[in-house]
Design a protein around this ligand. Structure first.
Ligand code: BMA
Length: 762
């Protein structure tokens, strides 16, 4: 089989509208284009629009989504008698478009989530012109909504039944409470010409644990055309046709933190020249709906991780950073990511990395916070889409949960937008209660499925803090069995605008929350920020405290079996609930996740003037944990008083939490609880709100040794930030070491809750 990517010679322009001038006369003639890509990216590259992800340029780019856009390329082709068939494969077209080959209509497409394939065996010529005409997604959505509403007798004010629901296109592109509205269009995934005599259409791996613990593993390969098929599992001998094996005493694949991720390679080959390779880990996944509890290889998993949104507003540009993302998730002790329903079915690269690093995937089908058309056409479209995606993802080792949508049912139950104007029924319901279960069953897929998240009697999206009471101490009110969303916003690290009044700064806050209100949440705990830098610092520390408090609470709740914070990442540079800044920077909250997501962790409960210390153990074994508690008294401006120390060993049963100490902290003191002699697991507790603490200034000395900076801290440096490479944390009488920046500097700025200190490098 010959595979030729058609990524060269592409051009684009605003579509011709006979008799009308081009809307803005901005891209009237053919200009060079990048494929895969998006029209906005091409407009930026050709200097027609400013990058809409920066400043307030989103506003100036809105016209783009109202236009139709045409892409074209040409390619030469010559017949090859060994490859008698030719197929054009478009791996992703976003979204509504007509495709022309040599000026004849070849196909239409209107779903960005499925590839399109067309047989062009009798159509190719020595020189070929391929043209794709995209229609404005915004206009198509508007028109479809109008037509559907007319048939259904719905009023146009019907809330949460927007144009976006009428397009099978990533919903976040129409704007979200953390992302810009850039609906865009484009050839977002690869385009290829496949020429063959025979080819492998699909190579699916199945596994089943037998009663004796062995695993049966078999393949199911679909072939088109001629050729002799052979397959191979691991380093076992190749077999003719599909393999069907029993593996005795296999090394199992385990989620991150529970052991290794053993993956076997399996390959299918066709004698006519096609091949496909996959990786598979052996494991079982089961789910107790009643308890909302996931088990992998019969062991309960305390699910910990985050909600994942697409990593970019134009989702073709994701791959470079994917590895950094998933490796960070692993390093921060995550074992689960929820691919949220306002986004995508992610790329192969994403699931490869999750398989490799032991990150279980909870996959929402891409529907979110909306009613959806559910007529026969919509059902058939979803049936086709889900069949394709489930065939693609079904043998992913990391795939642990399927979910129909994000918050649609919750929206219907709560009559979001007003009871009076809500539609008379839950539009879209049958897609999740009938269509998807039917597809899942017909394919024999065993992955647990829930119709929606949150689901009655199951998981919870706990927004009573951020969208409600404001103070994160109210996470303690949640009785969640599984908290699959909760989060607290913080400023983006990269802010450079001159002051908080700058409109550009607020433009990138889509939450709709008045800034003064948000600021007041932070000022419950931290002082009023005097500068933008301080605002970034305080709001990010407050986010860290919020997630720490929430997760420590969930870890202590007997019935709770998981916590997924909202949200891991951003699709542009914005202040949001993300703990991973765009394009890649970990906020203090992310570093704290590493600790609170450890198997054994100290959790703090505040009751009046007392603090009770708990140990939570998410592992399946009883543990004995060495504990050392140091109390530091801070007196006025003087140095520290002698620390008061308590040491003990505490036994803690598997999958449980226990209180082990209750203390009353003296005013203006700092408690450090160290477990397992591991400073990275230190839990630091201030006796008072950070804004009310009086800090004696620590002393700093910094020296350069070879390629490293050594920063020595005498005293307590509360929430010290010294460089990008060090997590923000309270440092007590320690020396920190990190690599010198390039170019070399003569001094460094150390930021703590005591203020900023310039420290010369000795
Ligand atoms: C949840 C999510 C998103 C949203 C977030 C913050 O509802 O599912 O829709 O971005 O809350 O409001």
């Amino acid at each position: 089989m010959k595979r030729t990517f058609l990524h060269d010679n592409w051009q684009f322009r605003q579509a011709e509208q006979p008799g009308l001038p081009h809307a803005y006369g901005k891209a009237p003639s053919w200009l060079p284009a990048q494929v895969p890509g998006y029209v906005h990216l091409d407009l930026i590259a050709n200097d027609i629009i400013a990058d809409p992800l920066t400043e307030m340029h989103e506003v100036g780019a809105q016209w783009v989504d109202l236009e139709d856009w045409t892409y074209r390329t040409n390619f030469a082709w010559s017949p090859d008698s060994t490859c008698p068939r030719q197929v054009l494969k478009f791996n992703g077209l976003d979204t509504v478009c007509h495709i022309f080959l040599n000026n004849s209509l070849l196909a239409t497409s209107e779903n960005m989530f499925i590839p399109l394939e067309t047989d062009v065996t009798t159509l190719l010529q020595p020189q070929n012109e391929l043209e794709i005409r995209f229609q404005s997604p915004v206009k198509v959505g508007e028109q479809r909504r109008e037509e559907y509403f007319a048939i259904e007798g719905l009023i146009s004010e019907t809330p949460n039944f927007e144009d976006r629901a009428f397009l099978r296109k990533a919903q976040y592109m129409f704007g979200w409470d953390w992302g810009p509205r850039l609906a865009s269009c484009g050839i977002w995934r690869s385009v290829e010409l496949q020429e063959f005599e025979g080819r492998i259409l699909s190579f699916t791996l199945h596994q089943e644990r037998l009663e004796n613990g062995s695993f049966r593993v078999w393949s199911d390969t679909a072939v088109e055309g001629s050729g002799r098929l052979t397959t191979q599992f691991g380093n076992l001998p190749e077999v003719a046709g599909d393999f069907d094996l029993v593996i005795d005493n296999p090394t199992l694949w385990l989620p991150n933190g529970m052991g290794e991720q053993c993956l076997f390679e399996a390959t299918a080959k066709l004698s006519t020249g096609d091949a496909m390779t996959k990786q598979i880990g052996l494991r079982t996944v089961s789910f107790d709906h009643e308890r909302f509890e996931l088990r992998v290889n019969d062991t309960k998993v305390w699910c910990r991780g985050a909600n994942w949104i697409p990593v970019h507003s134009f989702p073709n540009s994701d791959n470079i950073l994917l590895a950094t993302h998933i490796e960070s998730c692993k390093a921060l002790n995550f074992n689960m990511l929820r691919v949220w329903g306002g986004g995508l079915y992610e790329s192969e690269g994403f699931y490869d990395l999750c398989d490799l690093h032991g990150i279980l995937v909870w996959q929402d089908f891409p529907f979110a916070c909306s009613y959806y058309p559910d007529d026969q056409k919509a059902q058939a479209e979803l049936e086709f889409e889900a069949t394709h995606q489930l065939q693609r993802l079904r043998d992913r080792t990391s795939l642990a949960m399927l979910c129909g949508n994000n918050e649609n049912e919750m929206m219907w139950n709560g009559k979001w937008g007003g009871r009076d104007i809500s539609p008379p029924r839950y539009y879209g319901e049958s897609l999740f209660t009938e269509t998807l279960p039917r597809v899942i069953n017909s394919l024999g897929i065993q992955t647990p499925y829930i119709t929606t998240s949150p689901i009655d009697g199951g998981d919870e999206h706990y927004w009573e803090v951020w969208h409600g009471k404001g103070d994160w101490v109210h996470y303690a009110d949640s009785k969640a069995k599984f908290c699959s969303e909760f989060g607290f916003s913080s400023a983006s690290t990269s802010l450079t605008a001159e002051n908080l009044k700058c409109p550009q700064y607020h433009w990138h806050d889509k939450s709709g929350k008045p800034f003064e209100l948000w600021k007041s949440f932070v000022e419950l705990h931290y002082p009023e920020a005097g500068s933008l830098e301080e605002w970034v610092y305080f709001s990010q520390l407050n986010q860290r405290d919020a997630l720490q408090f929430g997760i420590e609470h969930f870890r202590r709740l007997d019935q709770c079996s998981g916590s997924l914070i909202w949200q891991w990442n951003n699709c542009w540079d914005a202040h949001s609930w993300a703990v991973y800044d765009f394009p890649h920077h970990l906020k203090p909250a992310a570093h704290e996740l590493k600790r609170v997501y450890s198997d054994v962790v100290v959790c703090v409960e505040h009751t009046g003037s007392e603090v009770t210390l708990h140990l939570a153990n998410a592992s399946p074994v009883t543990q004995t944990i060495p504990i050392k508690i140091d109390l530091f008294l801070l007196s006025g401006s003087s140095v520290l008083a002698e620390p008061k120390t308590v040491s003990a060993n505490v036994g803690i049963p598997a999958e449980s939490s226990i209180p082990f100490e209750t203390l009353c902290l003296p005013k203006n003191s700092v408690l450090r609880v160290r477990i397992q002699n591991d400073p990275t697991l230190d839990r630091i507790i201030f006796s008072d709100e950070p804004k009310n603490m009086v800090w004696p200034k620590p002393t700093y000395t910094a020296e350069v040794f070879g390629d490293d900076i050594h920063l020595n801290i005498q005293g307590i440096a509360p929430d010290l930030q010294a460089c990008d490479q060090q997590p923000t944390r309270t440092v007590i009488n320690e020396t920190l070491v990190w690599q010198c920046p390039q170019p070399a500097v003569s001094s460094i700025i150390v930021r703590t809750l005591c203020g900023d200190s310039p420290v010369p490098l000795g």
